[in-house]
Design a protein around this ligand. Structure first.
Ligand SMILES: Cc1ncc(C[n+]2csc(CCOP(=O)(O)OP(=O)(O)O)c2C)c(N)n1
Ligand SMILES: [Mg+2]
Length: 944
């Protein structure tokens, strides 16, 4: 006998059982005792055990170990032999599921005790063979328990016990069975009615995966029964209308009216432009039938899986208690995210992995999401072989140690069991769970699509395949659970409901157009955000105090010493960017607005300017001053995010949607990294208002400015926000002083419930500690954010000014620091601190201050096709009219944001600054443009 024959977990199991028997023969059951009475483990198996084994005849050891290994193989790999595909494709199979692979026969098994197999199947079995057969029925039937990858033994053991005991299989008594058939019928009839009434109109039918609805019912019932307050759903197109109708309770009349698309031209709000979205992207909220639980479906863009982090963020927010100072409290029992994925999209879209990676992180976990792959074995026309490299569509979840249950969508009982398991596992272990619901797609990708062009064989099969309703009804009739008449009656009943809804439809009334939510113009400008000096001093003192015995790092102590004197003299420019930020945060908390700040390395700050979390220099213990603030009336949280942009921004967006009265801030390491989340920005942040009537108020801090660091660390790509800016859907600012930053943050907190808009702040890098951006304490105590900062020095000589330079952000500091500035008496330099909404009124006032100008020059660091120029150009033209020319000074059009070399950067920067002062730079660069005065362009865009 060779050692490898006894390798694997089961050799250990047999020996353990034997050791138990040896210590106390009564501790094992009688049949096992009988086997061990005539058996001794061989030296090769376990020398230590053999040394102490009783002498006696050596039985057929390999049979015992083979039986145990077979049982373990079935538990681990049984899913490979499960019949998961309703269309009957061949199972993957695995040789370790056969007795002969383990050197044993069925007869051998019949001679062995059931206890060798263990678990619930052994309990009432006469021998190992019977127990193995039961095990096969659990693991190799229409459910595949893909759980061998779970690392935590208690979780694995619980899953096995739950599966093997059949504890979560629904009791199919007649009442339950009829209720289930009724539900499945409702789901199917809804699709058939739409097919009949609106033939060929896209609806992304659920047919083939109809059991998705009863699965959701089951999860909802579990959640509602244990006091969950919010269930958050995220899903794509497939079956969405069915879920909206039957889970979110969206009235049939409204859905049918949308199919009619009755908008008459006179109903369009032409002043607001186009808005709204296709019907299968809409979201909704309802109270569950059982009450006490809100069920919400996030609106969804076409971009598959992008909604995942949004739902996770919504769920996190819904479970967060933030109305007290300190760290917020998250209670996962209050909230449940449920994400429905496509079988092609789940493995294909990177944001899935990004979101799964958030699932166990401190600042992000939701105590488990339930995932369902609506697996119709196709992605448009693509086959599984073309869509993923893993064995199953769910493969990615294995790496995250998420239990996976594959289930045949034609087996209603198995589907409900999967749903109950999901709910119970999540409630018990507070971790994600995945149901891979394997079905098919009755029609083409959409209802106007011909699937047989690409899948002729599959669709011959599908056309001949009965629906789950028909199959279930047939089996209930066959078992005399109900009559065929009853089953047919259910179909009729549901058709009648829909027919009546359709007959009484008044499309113009039933259609609910997206609600236009224009921002409140002018409110922002009137928001006063100064804070009395006494309060600022109090807050500063609290921020600077540390717990008894706390060792602050020496270098930080010096910084903090400076801060101690920051507010002593109200007229000295002692408040730097970091100081202003901390005081703004503290004052916002003192006003009772909870705050959440995340991003890569935000606790310290990329440029070491924040230090919102102090680490004791000796012990490493953390101290978060903003969580210990006696003046605070709301919670503060700050988390270093994982190295992810799309999922983390999606998460914060969802959080913000769910808790709009929290100030939620995401900071980029360098501004350009935000383009990793471009889908979230385009699909949710900037267009969510127009498409879905959402009112996001998320804040982005994006370091921006040309400092010679190369194309990738210079620009936060403000042009992308400006391109998406319309109808007052966001605010984009590029502040140049600490006080402006202080006021814009406070303004955002004040406007959260009055005039919420996303706020994008382009923030400094090297300028963080530059004297030019520091402010006086008085500037924090007075006034408000100003969208344009006029040139206070030039105002004293306004009549002599010929050129009005307009710029935004860091280039302002380069301009005013230039040696020519003091003598350039004919130049005024004004800062446009808010790029969007375009500060029309403030700029008009500035223009009026300079009666003799012959030109306005827009100066920027970015190439002309980037930065703000192309946005400003028509608007400035409109503002200036015939009064004077408009000139562009900045880098020439380029495909890359900046030069790759720092020396080259300096040349170009010098040239563009000198050109602003009319110095025909001695070192002209072809990559800097000094345009001729521009006039008579096309009229400005018209809209705000
Ligand atoms: C990010 C993204 N890329 C491409 C598409 C275009 N598209 C729409 S549905 C689809 C196939 C989706 O397949 P699957 O995930 O299996 O969902 P199913 O339609 O089968 O339910 C594709 C490629 C999209 N919507 N989103
Ligand atoms: Mg699919």
């Amino acid at each position: 006998m060779t050692l490898d024959r006894f390798s694997g977990a089961n050799a250990g199991y047999v020996l353990e059982l034997y050791e138990k028997y040896r210590q106390d023969p009564q501790s094992v059951d009688a049949a096992t005792r009988e086997v061990f009475e005539s058996w001794t483990p061989a030296d090769a198996v376990a020398p230590a055990a053999a040394a102490t084994a009783p002498a006696g005849a050596s039985p057929d050891v390999h049979v015992i170990v083979g039986a145990a290994n077979l049982a373990e193989s079935i538990r681990r790999f049984g899913h490979l032999a499960a019949q998961l595909d309703p269309l009957g494709s061949a199972q993957i199979g695995d040789s370790t599921l056969l007795p002969k692979t383990h050197g044993i026969t069925d007869d051998d098994l019949k001679r062995l005790p059931a206890s060798l197999v263990g678990g619930p199947p052994a309990e009432n079995s006469a021998n190992a063979y019977e127990a193995i057969e039961k095990l096969r029925r659990v693991y190799c039937s229409t459910t595949g328990f893909d759980i061998a990858h779970l690392f935590v033994p208690t979780e694995r053991a619980w899953m096995r016990e739950a599966a093997e005991s059949g504890r979560y299989l629904p009791a199919m008594d007649p009442a339950n069975a009829e209720a289930l058939l009724d539900r499945i019928t409702q789901v199917e009839v809804f699709e058939r009615f739409l097919q009949r009434t609106f033939t060929g109109k896209t609806r992304f039918s659920i047919e083939g995966l109809d059991m998705l609805l009863p699965i959701l019912d089951e999860i909802m019932a579990g959640a509602a029964g244990t006091g969950t307050r919010h269930m958050m759903l995220g899903m794509a197109h497939r079956g969405r209308l069915n879920v909206l109708a039957h889970i979110l309770q969206k009235p049939y009349a409204q859905i049918l009216a949308e199919f009619k698309d009755p908008i008459a031209v006179q109903m369009l709000r032409l002043d607001l432009g186009f808005m709204g979205d296709v019907k299968y992207h809409a979201g909704g909220t309802t109270e569950s039938a059982a009450g006490h639980m809100w069920v919400s479906m996030a609106p969804n863009p076409s971009h598959l899986e992008a909604v995942n982090p949004v739902v996770a963020g919504m769920a996190r927010a819904a479970g967060t208690l933030a109305d007290r100072a300190g760290a917020p409290i998250f209670d996962g029992a209050m909230t449940l995210p449920v994400l429905i994925h496509g079988d092609s999209a789940f493995p294909g879209q990177g944001i899935v992995a990004e979101t799964l990676n958030l699932s166990r992180l401190d600042g992000y976990h939701t105590d488990g999401a339930i995932h369902i792959i609506a697996n119709n074995q196709l992605g448009f026309t693509a086959t599984p072989g073309e869509s993923y490299s893993t064995s199953y569509a769910s493969g990615l979840a294995r790496g995250f140690k998420i239990p996976i249950v594959h289930v045949n969508a034609d087996d209603p009982a198995a589907c409900l069991e999967a749903a109950r398991l999901a709910w119970e596992y999540r409630a018990r272990f507070n971790k994600d769970f995945l149901i891979d619901l394997v079905g098919y797609r009755r029609h083409g990708h959409n209802e106007g699509d011909e699937p047989a062009f690409t899948q002729p064989v599959m669709y011959r099969n599908i056309n001949a395949h009965k629906s789950v309703r028909e199959l279930f009804a047939e089996s209930l009739v066959k078992h005399d659970t109900l009559s065929q008449q009853t089953a047919d009656g259910l179909v009729k009943k549901h058709f009648t409901v829909l027919e009546q809804a359709f007959a009484s439809l008044k499309p113009e009334e039933d259609y609910v157009p997206p609600i236009p939510t224009p921002a409140t113009p002018g409110l922002a400008a009137k928001t006063h955000t100064g804070v009395p000096i006494e309060l600022l001093r109090d807050l500063n003192e609290s921020l600077l105090s540390t717990p008894e015995g706390f060792n602050v790092h020496k270098k930080l102590e010096r910084v903090r010493d400076r801060k101690r004197n920051m507010l002593v003299s109200v007229n000295e420019r002692t408040v730097d960017w970091g100081g202003a930020e901390e005081l703004a945060f503290a004052s916002i908390l003192a006003e009772g607005v909870p705050m959440r700040l995340t991003g890569e390395d935000v606790q310290r700050g990329t440029f070491s300017h924040r230090h919102a979390v102090l680490h004791d220099a000796v012990t490493g213990v953390e101290h978060v001053p903003l969580q210990q603030l006696p003046q605070a009336r709301a919670s503060f949280e700050i988390h270093n995010s994982p190295l992810t942009e799309a999922a983390t921004i999606g998460f914060e967006f969802g959080y913000n949607m769910q808790e709009p009265k929290h100030l939620v801030i995401w900071e980029a390491q360098y501004g350009d990294f935000i383009n990793g989340a471009q889908i979230i920005l385009d699909q949710f942040v900037t267009s969510g208002r127009a498409k879905w009537g959402l009112k996001p108020s998320l804040v982005f801090l994006l370091p921006h400015g040309y400092e010679g660091q190369g194309p990738e660390h210079s620009s936060a790509r403000p042009e992308r926000f400006l391109q998406a800016a319309s109808d007052i859907n966001l605010r984009l600012v590029n502040c140049t002083t600490a006080a402006q930053y202080f006021h814009v943050l406070r303004r955002q907190a004040t406007l959260l419930d009055k005039d919420p808009l996303p706020l994008i702040i382009l923030t400094p890098k090297s300028l963080l500690r530059h004297a030019a951006v520091s402010s006086t304490p008085q500037e924090l105590t007075e006034g408000h954010f100003r969208s344009v900062l006029d040139d206070t020095e030039a105002l004293t000589r306004a009549k002599g000014v010929r050129r009005l330079v307009l710029c935004s952000g860091k280039v302002y500091v380069d301009l005013i620091s230039h040696e020519r500035r003091p003598s350039a008496k004919d130049v005024a330099i004004c800062r446009v601190e808010q790029l969007y909404p375009f500060p029309n009124v403030a700029l008009r006032e500035v223009l009026e201050h300079y009666p003799s100008i012959t030109e306005v020059a827009w100066v920027q660091e970015e190439p002309s096709n980037m930065g703000a120029w192309e946005f400003m150009w028509p608007r400035l033209e409109e503002l200036i009219g015939d009064r004077c020319g408009l000139r562009y000074i900045g880098r020439a059009r380029n495909s890359s944001p900046s030069e790759g070399s720092s020396a080259w950067h300096q040349v170009n920067q010098k040239v563009l600054v000198e050109l602003a002062f009319d110095l025909r730079a001695d070192m002209l660069s072809p990559s800097v443009v000094w345009s001729k005065p521009l006039r008579s362009l096309a009229p400005a865009a018209g809209k705000k």
